[in-house]
Design a binder for this molecule. Structure first.
Ligand code: HEC
Ligand code: HEC
Length: 132
């Protein structure tokens, strides 16, 4: 009979199937730490909106976030984005209330979204002779 050292046996046991929750399930997302404008949103809702915001501005997460530290408010663009979220939320509340619930995958902000103004640009175009 092959002798298995106790540590190796424990490792084999650990790796072998449903008794190992760390291998069987995806890691739960970290709870959010520094939410001021999107209060009451679930972590999944915040992350989904973040992806839409990035697309709307044509940027990567690092445009607003210090890499590896999403809660940090170090970047000026993140601080501006918070004011932009406020602006977007109040435009919808004041001028476009009673919108239908967002379709799957659509922004939760409502009728006016970051894309409405930004159209894929980090700074919206002005129009007229101001833009090429
Ligand atoms: C245009 C700026 C901007 C971009 C781009 C952006 N974020 Fe954010 N993100 C914010 C702001 C602003 C907040 C804080 C919202 C609040 O205070 O309610 C935030 C918060 C978060 C949080 C919550 C952090 C915490 O624990 O408090 C996560 C996670 C996050 N963003 C992930 C992402 C990911 C992933 C991407 C890229 C897909 C991304 N963000 C792109 C502006 C941005
Ligand atoms: C009503 C139109 C409008 C909406 C809606 C809007 N923005 Fe903006 N945003 C602007 C304008 C205009 C500027 C440029 C301001 C300036 O030139 O100082 C700007 C600038 C910004 C900047 C600063 C860019 C830089 O490089 O300094 C960020 C970040 C930003 N918006 C994020 C967002 C996000 C995120 C959303 C959605 C939550 C959003 N905006 C929704 C009009 C809008």
């Amino acid at each position: 009979m092959v002798r298995i050292a106790p540590a190796a046996a424990a490792l084999l046991l650990f790796m072998s199937g449903p008794a190992s929750p760390t291998l069987a399930q995806p890691r739960p997302a970290r709870p959010l730490e520094n939410i001021r404008t999107l209060k009451g949103w679930s972590g999944d809702e915040v992350r989904a909106e973040m992806r839409l915001m990035s697309e709307a501005l044509g940027v990567k997460c690092e445009h607003c976030h210090v890499q590896g530290n999403f809660p940090s408010d170090e970047k000026r663009t993140k601080q501006t984005a918070r004011r932009m979220i406020d602006l977007t939320v109040s435009l919808n509340a004041e001028y476009f209330p009673n919108q239908p619930a967002p379709a799957a995958g659509a922004s939760r902000f409502g009728r006016v979204t970051c894309y409405t103004c930004h159209q894929g640009a980090a700074t919206p175009k002005t129009g007229g002779t101001g833009d090429e």
